[in-house]
Write a protein that binds this ligand. Structure first.
Ligand code: SF4
Length: 295
């Protein structure tokens, strides 16, 4: 049985940059606070915690002593976070791709001047989505309402429901969270353009993610068994695992090597190991080695 690791899996550029900045800081300081989990992967978080990275929530910011350093992760944050962290030093690791989308949303809001709806295709409550919504709405915690012209939808049925119930009005501009499925986003955009001709579509799925979808589908088809490695909280992990399962029914999701089951590999000649944009390469290698030992 051969075991191969998908060369396209592993951290995306935004996550590599954020982790690099954190590790660089921690070589000279004992502690760095991260607002939320820096990467949705428990194993990588444990590795960074051992170096001094401490994850905190927004509710903890007030209590952090002045002068401590807070890392803003690649997902980005709404403007209100920067105000709440005014007493702290900030290492801003918001991915440049996300910064560009935040700016586009502010510009769309100005263009629309209080009319119409900005639709965001993303996971309700996801930090990146809260950061996007927060560009035009201070109370980003309640993105599923469209009271002030911003609406978040997680899937096509939610969008169609919003259209039928009159919660979307023209002009419409649509954006996607960077890690969503390009195929699903195309469906969302088509439905909006059919109902609201003239809908402005912003191509905001990260190119690193979009490329990965095409390559990963081929990778999943070309192996007897797929082991997909990601944190259970990873939104991108869920999307990519669903993609693998659709291409190869013998796909299995694990957080780490301890979750492997020998019977998954019965009769298999080739196993492919792959993961999300938040899965570190070292973890993929650990899992691949553990699979080889099961033979
Ligand atoms: S998936 Fe793309 S946009 Fe998101 S953090 Fe990674 S590089 Fe940036």
């Amino acid at each position: 049985m051969t075991v191969s690791i998908d060369p396209g899996s592993g951290f995306c550029g935004g996550v590599i940059r954020a982790i690099g900045k954190a590790e660089e800081f921690l070589t000279e300081h004992p502690r760095l606070y991260s607002l939320g989990e820096m990467v949705h992967n428990e194993a990588e978080l444990s590795r960074l915690a051992a170096k001094g990275l401490v994850s905190v929530g927004r509710e903890d910011l007030d209590a952090l002593p002045s002068g401590e350093t807070l890392l803003i992760r690649a997902h980005g944050e709404p403007p209100s976070t920067y105000s709440a962290a005014g007493h702290l030093n900030i290492i801003d690791c918001t991915c440049p791709v996300v910064l560009k989308i935040q700016k586009s949303i502010r510009e769309a809001c100005e263009r629309m001047a209080g009319k119409g709806t900005i639709v965001i295709f993303g996971k309700i409550g996801h930090p990146e989505v809260l950061g996007l919504v927060g560009q035009v709405r201070p109370d980003a915690e309640e993105p599923e309402t469209a009271a002030d012209g911003v609406l978040v939808v997680e899937n096509l049925p939610q969008l169609l429901d919003a259209i039928v119930s009159g919660r979307i009005s023209a002009p419409v501009e649509v954006f996607s969270q960077t890690t969503k499925s390009p195929v699903e986003y195309a469906g969302i955009c088509a439905a909006l353009q059919e109902r609201f001709p003239g809908t402005v579509v912003h191509n905001t799925i990260c190119s690193q993610v979009a490329d990965r979808h095409t390559r990963l589908a081929a990778f999943a088809r070309s192996h007897d068994v797929i082991v997909f490695v990601a944190g259970r909280q990873s939104s991108n992990g869920k999307v990519l695992f669903d993609l693998c399962s659709g291409e190869n029914p013998r796909s299995h999701f694990v957080g780490d090597a301890s979750e492997l089951e020998a019977e998954w590999f019965s009769g298999a000649e080739s196993v492919g190991v792959c993961g999300a944009t938040s899965t570190p390469k070292w973890l993929l290698e650990n899992v691949a080695e553990a699979i080889k030992k099961l033979q």
